[in-house]
Design a protein around this ligand. Structure first.
Ligand SMILES: [Ca+2]
Length: 150
């Protein structure tokens, strides 16, 4: 007797519960859509589009958050270009949040990437935090942020 009562209550509550779930799904769908559009609007100009340095483009900076602990997972930030950097007038800086230059980006052996391993000019490991990179090639300049997480 008690079971059938519970079952009938369950049936009566069913549609209301379904409507609740459906409206929650619509609500979260709208939130995801807005978040997706915002994300696309904010990221496209800075992220997906290559940054032009005239004859050469910076196509990717990744990862933006490095964890330099020697496990080979996100230990180094790579700045990938679509051509050789050899012989170009490159000037790079990594600044702390106070604007003090603490490091430079290094050219890797392929000469198409710059990289940063989270160390200062003397090779000392820097603490967790936000850092700013600047890359100049001739009159062109790119600036952005990186983070170290330890
Ligand atoms: Ca790591």
């Amino acid at each position: 007797m008690k079971q059938s009562q519970n079952a009938s209550i369950g049936i009566r509550r069913g549609p209301a519960r379904l409507r609740k779930i459906a409206s929650w799904l619509v609500f979260s769908g709208v939130i995801f859509l807005v978040a997706g559009l915002l994300n696309a609007a904010l990221r496209l100009p800075l992220w997906a589009a290559p940054q032009s340095f005239g004859e050469i483009n910076l196509t990717e900076v990744a990862p933006r958050i490095i964890t330099p602990n020697g496990d080979l997972q996100n230990d180094v930030a790579y700045f990938r270009f679509d051509g050789s950097l050899a012989g170009l007038p490159i000037d790079t800086s990594v600044l702390d949040v106070n604007g003090a230059k603490i490091a430079s980006l290094k050219l890797d052996s392929s000469e198409t990437n710059l990289l940063w391993d989270g160390k200062d000019e003397s090779g000392r490991a820097l603490p967790s935090g936000i850092y700013i990179y600047q890359i100049s090639i001739g009159n062109h300049r790119a600036t952005g942020t990186l983070a170290i997480a330890r």
